[in-house]
Design a protein around this ligand. Structure first.
Ligand SMILES: [Zn+2]
Length: 300
């Protein structure tokens, strides 16, 4: 059944956002609430419910599709949510809980996959058949879109490049491995590294925006670009996507597209590397728009 309204919900660790897209991919409605995850899962479901109801009222209860993006993924074996950094939701049958509370079927997808889908269909990746979407935020996520469809992979972990080990002697990651990509080049990983190496608390944004006189900070910056180069070159050497689109807070950092790309290209297994590595176009909206697109796909 075709419908003109596609509701997307982005369930983030700090905020929950809802949008309605029409069939021309125009955003008709947008609203957000704090997740307040510390108040527990029931509170989170209440927040989702209230946003969803507002959205539905705004389209006079008309027929719609519903998609939700979340960190982590639904286990194919147990149908329970796993790997979410909103820890109180892990182990819950998220889909059946939401379908019950919202009285509507819901398509659930990993948030980085939602980002990649939105950028592939409506953003910087439009026109490229094979898009790799990379999130450099608190953590490092990623998603693969091929011919307009998300590739989840056999175990639903495709694109999870944040936990690829690039230095076995590197810092311990919460996943149990040492030296994951995320420990080096996510915003959170970088900030922890600065603190461990210098004892100073500097936000990732300040770190890039203030001139660095301190030699140890300069070294951390060089190391950051080198790790970024290694991590992305590893990806590109395996997948060889048509384009890589960067998202998340750190994607606003301009030097990634100069010094960062130089370090990637120096490590690509090709005499003249050509993979475009570009900033996202949809900004903060890509996750929630992607969630709406995931819901829309269910009806196609
Ligand atoms: Zn890890």
């Amino acid at each position: 059944m075709s419908t003109h309204y596609h509701i997307g919900i982005d369930l983030g660790g700090t905020k929950i956002e809802v949008v309605i897209l029409n069939s021309q991919e125009k955003i008709l409605f947008r609203e957000r609430l704090l997740t307040e995850a510390n108040l527990g899962s029931e509170h989170i479901f209440k927040q989702i419910h209230s946003l969803y109801k507002k959205a539905v009222v705004s389209i006079q209860n008309k027929t719609h599709t519903l998609g939700l993006g979340t960190p982590g993924s639904i286990s194919q074996k147990t149908h329970l949510l796993k790997n979410s950094n909103t820890l109180c939701l892990n182990g819950l049958p998220l889909q059946s809980i939401l379908e019950d509370k919202l009285a509507h079927n819901v398509a659930i997808e990993n948030d980085a996959n939602c980002f990649a889908l939105a950028e592939a269909l409506m953003g910087s990746g439009r026109g490229y058949p094979f898009v790799f979407g990379v999130i450099l935020g608190t953590g490092c996520g990623g998603g693969i879109v091929f011919d307009g469809n998300i590739r989840q992979g056999a175990q639903n972990i495709a694109g999870e490049w944040g936990h690829m080990v690039i230095d076995p002697q590197g810092p311990r990651c919460y996943c149990g491995a040492n030296g994951c990509v995320e420990s080096f080049i996510s915003g959170g990983g970088l900030e922890k590294r600065i603190q461990d190496k210098t004892g100073r608390k500097i936000s990732a944004i300040d770190f890039f925006n203030t001139p660095l006189k301190d030699e140890s900070l300069k070294k951390i910056k060089q190391d950051f670009y080198a790790r970024f180069g290694q991590a992305l070159a590893n990806l590109i050497n395996i997948l060889d996507p048509d384009i890589v689109v960067l998202g998340g807070g750190l994607s606003n950092e301009k030097s990634l597209y100069k010094e960062g790309i130089n370090e990637v290209y120096a490590r690509i297994f090709n005499d003249v590397p050509t993979t475009p590595i570009v900033k996202n176009m949809l900004g903060d909206s890509s996750g929630v728009v992607g969630a709406a697109l995931v819901g829309q796909k269910l009806t196609q």
